[in-house]
Ligand binder design. Structure first.
Ligand SMILES: [Zn+2]
Length: 315
């Protein structure tokens, strides 16, 4: 009986019950909502900023680890630096692989180290992704029928590894494939060449050949997803020019002028790791490639005319 009495009391609408039922007026609710909206608008950009700066830091860390991997490679290969690409035996034949496969054991077999976390489409760690596949087919590469063979990517040489477009880029700006017109002045450009015996004039280099390790870029943010169909088959993972003039060793290479998205990856700048292992966040416009110095070349003064007296470098 006591319970029913209480119930009827409340239903009769005592002053106390009415106050509880209308705890918030419409105006108060609107104020609360607008404050929450304001807080979100203040917090969201800083959350975005925090995410971006975390990506930049992880990218720099990955590049440091790749540089450490190169150092380990050098230590166990008589001072020779790794090739940018190489032919590896597979079955009865051979396949062309990039530096990632070559350095893979030296990064603790962790494929994510070869990626900048800000890249969304072309991630090396994704293996041969759908985006890669579409692009490779557009370039006349492997067909979808080959997909069944794409399960041996990491640690084991994969026949299609070179078609993976993602990843942190290796420095190979002044690259030439054929006999350059002036061997003496143009041979020592790329830090990571290819064996002359296999037909490449930009040969392999020893670490001791680097004149200024603090001013030689080894790796940087790769071009990634903005380079569609523009750079041919070697793309995000290779920092170089699609134009033949710079590839033939002329000064003036600038990723901004090349409209290379990779150089704007981190707030209009990009990370670069140098041959001494330090990382810098750089505006591509401020990377020298002129007659005084070139941060892309083994010889810092590689573009200097041969008439200059300092040029005594033997082959
Ligand atoms: Zn240069």
């Amino acid at each position: 009986m006591t319970g029913s009495t209480t119930c009827s009391h409340a239903q009769n609408g005592s002053p106390t019950a009415r106050v509880i039922q209308s705890g918030f007026t419409l105006v108060e609710l609107l104020v609360v909502v607008s404050i929450i909206t304001l807080l979100i608008s203040i917090l969201l950009p800083s959350v975005g900023k925090a995410r971006k700066s975390a990506q930049r830091v992880v990218c720099a860390s990955n590049q440091r680890q790749i540089a450490a991997a190169v150092a380990s490679y050098i230590a166990s290969n008589d001072d020779w630096m790794n090739p940018v690409e190489d032919w590896w035996p597979l079955g009865d034949g051979r396949v062309e692989v990039t530096f990632r496969v070559i350095l893979f054991p030296y990064v603790g077999s962790v494929p994510q180290i070869f990626d900048c976390p800000s890249e969304r489409v072309y991630k090396y760690a994704d293996g041969f992704s759908n985006a890669d596949e579409r692009r490779a087919i557009a370039l006349g590469g492997p067909s979808t029928a080959d997909r069944e063979n794409w399960d041996r990517l990491f640690g084991i040489v994969h026949p299609l590894e070179r078609w993976n477009f993602g990843g942190i880029g290796i420095a190979g700006v002044h690259w030439f494939r054929k006999n350059p017109p002036d061997l003496l002045t143009r041979k020592k450009t790329m830090p990571f060449g290819r064996a002359v015996e296999s037909g490449y004039y930009e040969g392999l280099k020893k670490y001791a050949e680097i004149k200024a390790p603090t001013r030689l870029i080894w790796f940087g943010d790769g071009a990634g997803d903005d380079t569609l169909a523009k750079w041919g088959s070697d793309n995000g993972w290779w920092i170089r020019s699609p134009a033949s003039d710079y590839s033939q060793g002329d000064p003036g290479f600038n990723r901004v002028l090349q409209n290379d998205y990779g150089c704007r990856r981190h707030s209009n700048k990009a990370n670069y790791v140098f041959a001494d292992g330090h990382v810098e966040l750089l505006d591509a416009n401020r990377i020298p490639c002129n007659e005084d110095q070139c941060w892309w070349s083994i010889l810092p003064y590689v573009h200097r005319p041969r008439t200059v007296a300092v040029w005594k470098e033997p082959l």
